[in-house]
Design a protein around this ligand. Sequence first.
Ligand SMILES: *[C@@H]1O[C@H](CO)[C@@H](O)[C@H](O)[C@H]1NC(C)=O
Ligand SMILES: *[C@@H]1O[C@H](CO)[C@@H](O)[C@H](O)[C@H]1NC(C)=O
Ligand SMILES: *[C@@H]1O[C@H](CO)[C@@H](O)[C@H](O)[C@H]1NC(C)=O
Length: 352
Amino acid sequence: MLFITLVLLGFFWGFFRDCLEDAELAAVMRPKAAAVVAQGSRLVVTNFSSLPGRIQDFLYYQHCRHFPMLLDIPDKCGGADRSSEVFLLLVIKSSAANHDRRVALRKTWAKERSHNGVWIRRLFISGTMGAGFEKKRWNKFLELEQREYSDILQWDFNDSFFNLTLKQILFLEWMERNCPHVHFLLNGDDDVFANTDNMVQYLQSLKDNDGSKHLFIGHLIQNVGPIRLPWNKYYIPVQVQESDTYPPYCGGGGYLLSRYTALVIYRISQSITIHPIDDVYMGMCLAKAGLSPESHIGVQTAGIYIPSHKIDNYDPCYYREILLVHRFLPADLYLMWHRLNEPNQECFADAK
Ligand SMILES: *[C@@H]1O[C@H](CO)[C@@H](O)[C@H](O)[C@H]1NC(C)=O
Ligand SMILES: *[C@@H]1O[C@H](CO)[C@@H](O)[C@H](O)[C@H]1NC(C)=O
Ligand SMILES: *[C@@H]1O[C@H](CO)[C@@H](O)[C@H](O)[C@H]1NC(C)=O
């Protein structure tokens, strides 16, 4: 027992120390702006103190990939061996405060069910919010939700925009352990409308519909690079990425991928430095693995364009063929899901 405890302590100390050293190093950098420091093979950080706080935070913790789990559901897929019975696993990024979105999703497109003879399962992935008592309250809140729905994975890190890549990697690690044989995954935000029935039908229609081949589809973004304007949400200074280009990637609002591709990304991510923008990072992993993301017309992460003011933007006829649209308020989601599932809808194509 003592031996095991010592081994475990050594293990935890190993990675915490690794992260701490980076944090200390960055702290040393604060007063000494405009310096370049080489530590081992790492070269950090010019003008550290002039960077926005969130970038500084990111640089502090960039090398930390291990955070304890606060909420877990190891048997979500029926155990690793039986996880091949899950056809589509919905993996939805959701921070604790977005309760109303989770409520709507559970009743609509993210309902756990069997469709066309195959199983759909749901997971929300989350970090922590706030600090001190506030953090405790939010953790308790998620714990209560978990008791009722058993659909939340939570890790003990600050659930901020620039930690989304970390969330993604931690999820993939979890998946390799607990659901390694699921066929496909939808990875997305909690404010999208996803037609999961259509997704299942689309995935079933593929030649390789067991998830054993490469698949990564969504809203393809190409020929772009880091935004260098400090006030922009997506600002990436040269200290984070020097190169002016991003590899092709799919917008993070929602993309579909196979188990094969998810596991390839996870394994290769261990040798790729974390980039704070999660969808870009997925593109980097794909590029390094020699795989390409692809475009699917049914994924509209920038919303769908309806050419006239005289037409209701939320007319279900526009959404019958769609796979995923960004972004929807909970009430709009609820209405759309139910209208799409009403029998005998009349749409323009039918009327003609
Ligand atoms: C660092 O700051 C100096 C002085 O403000 C500036 O000239 C230089 O371009 C900055 N370097 C980087 C990499 O931002
Ligand atoms: C979490 O991150 C956000 C955004 O970077 C920041 O404003 C907030 O202070 C952080 N919270 C904690 C407890 O570190
Ligand atoms: C990521 O989470 C860690 C652990 O909570 C936190 O210290 C760090 O500030 C977060 N990073 C960002 C960029 O918010």
